[in-house]
Design a protein around this ligand. Sequence first.
Ligand code: BTN
Length: 323
Amino acid sequence: MDEEILQLLRDHSSEFLSGEEISRRLKVSRTAVWKGMNRLRTQGYEIKASTRSGYRLIQSPDLLTPSEIKPILKTKWMGRTVHHFHSLDSTNSKAYQFALNGAEEGEVVIAESQEKGRGRLGRQWFSPHFLNLYLSVILRPKIPPHQASLITLMAAIATADAIQKFLGLLPLIKWPNDILLRNRKVAGLLNEIHSEMDRIHFVILGIGVNLNIDEKMFSKEIRKAATSLKMETGRTVSRKAFLQFLLQELERWYSIFLKEGGAAILKAWRDRAQIKGRRVKVTSFGETLAGVAIDVDSDGALILETEDGKRKRVVAGDIQYKR
Ligand code: BTN
């Protein structure tokens, strides 16, 4: 019902709408309307009330609810169904359940905070309320499972492009899929697949972007390695406006992947990562290797030339750049 009240207030944003009129249109009591207004106010909506004239919407909060997002979305199909939650364990886990129950390609799960936000390699993803973006997108590509890592590369390119188009900053990708600004991580991706031997049922694209978090909120361990769009620009960014850019870029890059295949994705990823020829230290399954990054292959694996001149494929892990 709150959504319906909001819709009415939005449709009449230049005038007052009486409580009586709202209760008549929504077929609820005047008290129910009054309670609804109070609930909306606690969510951050500024609603002016006048005993004579009724209610008028003055300002909306930067919430990522369907009613806030839908009017500004520019995508054809991605994000047209939004499952919004104030708090979740993890948007990825929720999206996985939705997908198992038949959710369609392009449906997204968004939470204002995550209690157990998950990062790569079993790490946690710090997910405080109302500051950042925690998003999971359900995709159902008709590709064999060994190509799934191309979807991860595709999502990293789309996230970097969204940041660039939104603010004019120039993010780089650090293998496998960290998005960096001035060498600090601003966004991360955790993609999970559900598949058989030769067929993917669905992919959950999990994307976390640090938007308005301040440096002092990060734990000491990650403070020097993490950043946010607010820290980079010195101003608060609109979360819903950024989400609109991100969904648009994801839809665009996913369609490039489906039409042009992996080569287009690998090329864009290489341009963004600028990893070729760089000296790196790689930590993978408890082992540390040093060498020169030669390339990423079509599975997204890092090809490393180690100091003894041997070539190695590294499928998972973290890298550090060495000077
Ligand atoms: C990383 O370690 O770099 C990946 C971080 C991915 C975080 C996002 S936030 C939305 C989605 N839900 C999760 O639990 N994780 C991903």
